[in-house]
Design a binder for this molecule. Structure first.
Ligand code: 3PG
Length: 533
């Protein structure tokens, strides 16, 4: 499978993907249009914050199964489009937070103590320190907007250097404020009027875009310092420029821009312009928040492991997957079983399904079953569409078909520890299949359209319905043998009242249609279904 790495990640992480057998192209610094032109054959895409994984790109990415954001912010990923197209989106929210938090604190120091101005001046033979006098952070008030993972790190560090920390974040529970011993601001204005330093740590959303504009800056204390190492656009750049020129904002530390440059082009290759670059009291860094060797290693490791797992069909905690409590590895056998149960109906029947009821019984009923429901639906659709179906878009696709899905649970169960029953309701009839897991990984079909059994499901199964008369199994075995199809296991079940039997054969290879026809022509065989999983 092919993976495109469009932005720089740690070399050892690229090597890891190759060791895993993936065909990896690392093409850094491509223009957005070039990525869109080249994306079609790739199964996986790894980006940082510059590449826009938008509708235009995703629609051209005909093979794409996973997009890995090597980092935290996902404002460059159109998660809804990924979901619609069945592309799993993953990011690495924990891997670079320390680097980001430290850079914000560094920019705060630089903007209070004129470190960068002094550095530049010294190189021009200007050592007039009397013109480079700054302010101390100790004893001043830091106003933090956003107290997620990074905001919390910054709060701890700024408290550690003696700042009074106040925070505005309407979404974080009071306990977090209490734990960090920081004061909660009742409103943004409450923070603006008291802060000597304002540092932003929110994602870029409709609500936070330009959260600091001209009106907000006007409310700030004269001489305030502004740090933005979160997302370009949180601070309105025109308003900040004016306030820096007038001196109302004494200095700023800016790591991110509303319109970002390419971070892979050499000097002269891009004509990037931003008027903040002309101001010496604005310390500027090229989105360096996550650029520590430690973060690079953490992010690269995390994102490549996630992308590789998704491409190997493993379950991962993705941005566009439902939250799954508990142990994903432990769920795996039931996920596989659920997908197989879902895949049975349209391989054996043709009446259109109007609704699907999935019942979880026994121990399973006590667990979070959303993932199992998605697995049933994935199996159900997999047999009737060539569209890209994954956990992330299957629910919507099933709803688009007008099929209702009902989930029910009961802890009452006699023979098994856990059981999944899937009932497919068509106009005229209702058919159900049930299965359980024995040991760690044996997926057992225990009910097939009213026939009871304990049949271990495998990749290729033949399901035969026949009159309950002697000789049929022998003839079936002969036809398969003559066609060099090896039978692994067989199982019989019957409904005595109807004088019918149901046989299941686990076979080692797929069966050609002409062999199926021969089986169908055996006298007494009523129906043959090929169940490929
Ligand atoms: C992030 O959201 O993880 C940081 O802003 C880092 O972005 P980057 O991956 O482009 O360095």
């Amino acid at each position: 499978m092919k993976i495109l790495i469009a932005e720089k990640i740690a070399a050892e992480s690229v090597a890891y993907l190759r060791e895993q057998g993936f065909d990896v192209d690392e093409k850094l610094g491509l223009a957005q249009s070039q990525i869109e032109e080249e994306i079609a054959p790739y199964d996986g895409l790894i980006v940082r914050s510059v590449t826009q994984v938008n509708r235009s790109l995703v629609e051209k990415a005909k093979n794409l199964k996973v997009v890995g954001r090597a980092g935290n912010g996902i404002d460059n990923i159109d998660v809804d489009v990924c979901t619609e197209k069945g592309v799993v989106a993953v990011n690495t929210p924990e891997a670079n937070i320390m680097a980001a938090g430290e850079l914000a604190v560094g920019l705060a120091f630089a903007s209070f103590r004129n470190i960068c101005i002094a550095n530049e001046a010294a190189r021009r033979d200007d050592f007039r320190r009397g013109q480079m006098i700054g302010n101390e952070l100790d004893g001043k008030t830091a106003g933090i907007i956003g107290m997620g993972r990074i905001g919390s790190i910054v709060a701890r560090k700024l408290k550690g250097i003696g700042m009074k920390v106040v925070v505005y974040d309407p979404y974080i529970p009071q306990e977090r404020f209490d734990k960090l011993s920081v004061k909660r601001c009742s409103s943004l204005d409450d923070l603006l009027v008291q802060a000597d330093l304002i540092t932003l740590h929110t994602p870029k959303t409709k609500e936070t875009y330009n959260i600091i504009g001209a009106a907000e800056l006007a409310k700030c204390k004269p001489g305030v310092r502004i740090v933005n190492a979160a997302r370009g656009g949180l601070v309105n750049e025109d308003a900040l420029y004016d306030a820096l020129v007038s001196g109302h904002v004494a200095a700023a530390g800016i790591d991110v821009f509303d319109k970002e440059p390419s971070y892979d082009k050499k000097p002269g290759e891009q004509k990037y312009e931003n008027k903040l670059l002309s101001l010496s009291n604005c310390v500027v860094t090229p989105h360096l928040g996550a650029s520590s060797h430690e973060a690079n290693t953490n992010v690269g490791t995390a994102v490549t492991e996630l992308v590789a797992s998704v491409l190997k069909g493993e379950l991962v905690a993705a941005i566009n997957m439902p939250d799954i409590d508990g142990d994903l590895a432990a769920m795996r056998p039931y996920v596989n079983l659920a997908e197989k149960l879902g895949a049975i109906y349209y391989q054996a029947e043709s009446s259109p399904v109007r609704s699907i009821t999935i019942t979880y019984s026994g121990e399973l009923a006590k667990t979070e079953t959303e993932l199992l429901t998605l697995s049933v639906l994935k199996g159900f659709l997999s047999t009737i569409t060539n569209e890209r179906i994954s956990f992330v878009n299957v629910k919507q696709r099933v709803a688009d078909m007008g099929v209702d899905v009902v989930e029910s649970k009961t802890t009452q169960l006699e023979k098994y520890t856990s059981l999944i029953t899937v009932e497919f309701k068509a106009d005229e009839k209702s058919l159900s299949v049930s299965g359980t897991v024995f040991g760690q990984e044996s997926e057992i079909l225990v009910d097939f359209f009213g026939y009871h059994m304990d049949f271990e499901l495998s990749d290729h199964v033949l399901a035969l319905q026949n009159d309950d008369v002697p000789g049929i199994i022998g003839r079936v075995g002969t036809i398969l043998g003559l066609n060099k199809i090896n039978i692994a296991t067989m199982h019989w079940s019957r409904k005595k009242d109807k004088m019918r039997a149901q046989s299941f054969l686990s076979i080692d290879s797929p069966v050609e249609e002409d062999v199926i026809e021969k089986l169908r022509s055996i006298e007494g065989v009523l129906r043959v279904s090929v169940l490929d999983f």
